[in-house]
Design a binder for this molecule. Structure first.
Ligand code: PLP
Length: 363
């Protein structure tokens, strides 16, 4: 039996009757864009996250791009982001014409290192995107303090960490904005592309609603050039069903992580570090090893999937060659040694044990 990284169909089977009913309700209503499902999802997620406002959009990428636009960031501005992240974090900055400035990460958690952030701030810095990688929050107290001191906008990239908290406050409630992705492999997964932005200020939320809808608040009156980036009603209805089960699913991921730790103890692998300031929701279970590629081959031979998130930090990507050379040793090193093992709420004990035994043989 092959073991995949994730199993979205298994999640559907688990929730089939609820999801089918929700989809049927939307189809029967005839309302597919900007309707009651989207509005309810926004209210439910704002409450769940402890955020002032929530605005649904088309994708996690838009959920990072539109906050930068709403904050007035554009050409000539700099936005500091970690180099070790998914490419979309950088793209969101580049869409605005601003320049991404890459900072190094902590070797234990892979999240933005506050000291590196501080070194990267210049007079042109207008915003910071703190990515909560693999399901655990970046050090939000220090990062928020630095942003406040330098009057810089804080955007949290929450694509991988919905439900995680830092000092008792959920990711997405700390920054001026939080960007969430509901891409089908994320902890809260749509049946397609979808995203959502949290915002502290009501004015920002109003601007975001206008930006996602062709720069329009009033039908056929366009105050500025915007985008078509709405979260549709079918996706919202699916997400509302899954949100009710998110706490349980995140807990199941934590249980999988605990068993991995037990089964992989005493090897040369570096296991994921928990900073202890809040719940890790294990979007990924990412280990580190000098023998990464050997482990990956052994797993593949046994029909077990694994992934390298991410093999190339952003400052090394061809798309950013024109920004010039920077050296970010932690990001460069970890990209050569990280390996993410299968994890999802339905990964059973026998599979975890089989994966761990296969890793142990070659690690
Ligand atoms: C998935 C992801 C995104 C982009 O989300 P999409 O919904 O795929 O556009 C951005 N940042 C991080 C860290 C991600 O993991």
């Amino acid at each position: 039996m092959n073991i995949p990284m994730v199993d979205p169909a298994r999640e559907y089977r688990e929730l089939k009757s609820e999801i089918d009913a929700a989809i049927g309700r939307v189809l029967a209503s005839g309302r597919f864009v900007l309707g009651p499902e989207g509005e309810s999802l926004e209210h439910e997620l704002a409450a769940f996250l402890g955020a002032g406002h929530a605005v649904g959009v088309n994708s996690g990428t838009d959920a990072l791009h539109l906050p930068l636009v709403a904050a007035g960031i554009g050409p000539g501005d700099e936005v500091v982001i970690p180099a070790f992240t998914f490419f979309a974090t950088g793209e969101a900055v580049s869409y605005t014409g601003a320049t991404p400035v890459f900072a190094d990460v902590d070797p234990g958690t892979y999240n933005l290192d506050p000291a590196a952030l501080l070194r990267s701030i210049t007079r042109k810095t207008k915003a910071v995107i703190a990515v909560h990688l693999f399901g655990q929050c970046a050090p939000l107290d220090r990062i928020a303090e630095i942003c406040n001191a330098h009057k810089v906008v804080l955007i949290e990239d929450c694509a991988q960490c919905i439900g995680a908290d830092y000092d008792g406050r959920r990711a997405g409630s700390w920054g001026d904005f939080g960007g969430f992705s509901f891409y089908p492999t994320k902890n809260l997964a749509a049946a397609g592309d979808a995203g959502l932005i949290t915002a502290k200020s009501e004015e920002h939320a109003r601007t975001l609603r206008m930006l996602r809808h062709h720069g329009s608040r009033q039908t056929y009156l366009h105050e500025r050039v915007g985008w078509n980036s709405r979260l549709d009603e079918l996706q919202a209805a699916v997400l509302r069903v899954k949100l009710k089960h998110l706490a349980r699913f995140n807990e199941a991921r934590r249980t999988v992580a605990k068993r991995y730790r037990e089964r992989l103890a005493g090897t040369n692998l570096t296991l994921p570090a928990e900073h202890g300031r809040g719940a890790h929701v294990y979007h990924q279970f990412t280990v580190r090893s000098e023998r990464r590629d050997v482990i990956r081959d052994a797993l593949a031979k046994d029909g077990i999937a694994s992934s390298v998130f991410y093999p190339m930090p952003l400052h090394k990507q061809p798309a950013y060659a024109s920004l010039g050379k920077v050296e970010l040793p932690v990001s460069e090193n970890v990209s050569k040694s990280v390996l993410s093992l299968p994890i999802h709420p339905f990964l059973d004990d026998a599979s975890i044990d089989r994966i761990a035994a296969c890793v142990r043989k070659v690690a």
